[in-house]
Ligand binder design. Structure first.
Ligand code: NDP
Ligand code: OXD
Length: 310
């Protein structure tokens, strides 16, 4: 039987996904009709991007799952019309992209590259950095992306800890977890990498009190989500130099409004939500594998737990 798979993403992304999704279906022997306009009551699976126009899932009475193209699900997890399984994106390309972006910015800050490359006074002022062994990096959120980044940073030589809800066992990475582990994690975070999901429990994890607990001159790198940080508190901490720099890829409002102080703050780097991109070639494999599983009655991969919101 041919399966009807609806692509519910932004129209401009369709040309990029159509080929790779069909190829991935073919590779797994899935007979699918993939389209952007299928009568709702005929749809079997929905390939979904939270920035699509589809918000009411009620008419999709025979759909078996919504397969999210993004890792973050805050834009859909609370949708009351969604009663079927929701999966999120985990794929090799997304993970590799995040490793590259996070490690690149971590090493940039560790080595003080900005100071050495941008030298308007033409002064010969050597300031050698400590070795990575002596730099304590804490990854907040040790899921698919956080664990992968922590592992590579540890192999590079950093002194790495990771904070998550549950205990983790990643080679050479100290596990801190739960509310009790947060204070220690903050105190150790000379460089903090934020890879937590946006949920009610993680909102404002980095508020004024938390920032105060971080070491003087700490660096924040946030490819996770904007609401993890209390923006007002971060700006105060940056103005006092308690936080030396914030490299931010995600914001409460995106695109970041033109008049937002982050744009002009000398100690803030803004990147436009580019840390890791869902790439059609890799993500299509995850989508196809989940449809295969759905059809043979195997558990879906990367199922979202609606109770905790990620
Ligand atoms: P995962 O769901 O795999 O990992 C989330 C991690 O956060 C887990 O380790 C989890 O703990 C931890 N966590 C969740 N809630 C809490 C809490 N209340 N206290 C402590 N730890 C908590 O997600 P991914 O690693 O795949 O992705 C992380 C986030 O990265 C995404 O949600 C998204 O927001 C962002 N992202 C950003 C991109 C970009 O381009 N900027 C691209 C892709 C993702 P536990 O393991 O114990 O459950
Ligand atoms: C994601 C993202 O969640 O791109 O996948 O931020």
């Amino acid at each position: 039987m041919t399966l009807n798979v609806l692509f519910a993403g932004k129209a401009e992304r369709w040309p990029y996904y159509q080929g790779p999704l069909n190829e991935a279906f073919k590779a797994l022997g899935i007979d699918a009709h993939l389209a952007t306009d299928i009568a709702p009551d005929q749809v079997d699976y929905i390939v979904y991007a939270p920035n699509s126009d589809l918000k009411d899932f009620t008419p999709y009475i025979r759909a078996k799952a919504v397969l999210n193209l993004w890792a973050g699900v805050e834009g859909i997890v609370g949708n009351k019309t969604l009663t079927i399984p929701l999966t999120r994106m985990v794929d090799a390309g997304l993970t590799q992209g995040m490793i590259e972006w996070v490690c690149g910015h971590t090493i940039r800050h560790h080595l003080g590259m900005d100071q050495h490359i941008v030298n308007p006074t033409h002064q010969w002022a050597p300031s050698p950095p400590p070795l990575a062994w002596d730099r304590s990096v804490v990854v907040f959120g040790m899921g698919e992306l956080g664990s992968a980044c922590a592992s590579v940073l540890a192999k590079f030589g950093f002194n790495v800890s990771g904070w998550s809800r549950s205990e983790k066992f990643v080679d050479r990475v100290t596990s801190l977890h739960g509310p009790d582990g947060l204070k220690t994690a903050l105190e150790k975070a000379k460089i903090a990498i934020l890879l937590l999901p946006d949920t009610p429990a993680t909102n404002n994890t980095f508020d004024a009190d938390a920032l105060e607990m971080m070491p003087e001159g700490a660096i924040i790198i946030n490819p996770g989500r904007g609401p993890l940080i209390d923006d007002e508190a971060l700006l105060v901490a940056l103005d006092s130099n308690h936080i030396a720099h914030a490299t931010l890829d995600t914001f409460r409002v995106e695109p970041l409004p033109e008049n937002h102080p982050y744009w002009t703050h000398p100690n803030v780097t803004v990147t436009p939500h580019v840390a890791a991109e869902t790439r059609p070639k890799h993500s299509s494999l995850t989508i196809a594998e989940n449809i295969r599983r759905g059809e043979v009655g195997e558990p879906f991969l990367h199922l979202v737990d609606r109770g905790v919101g990620y």
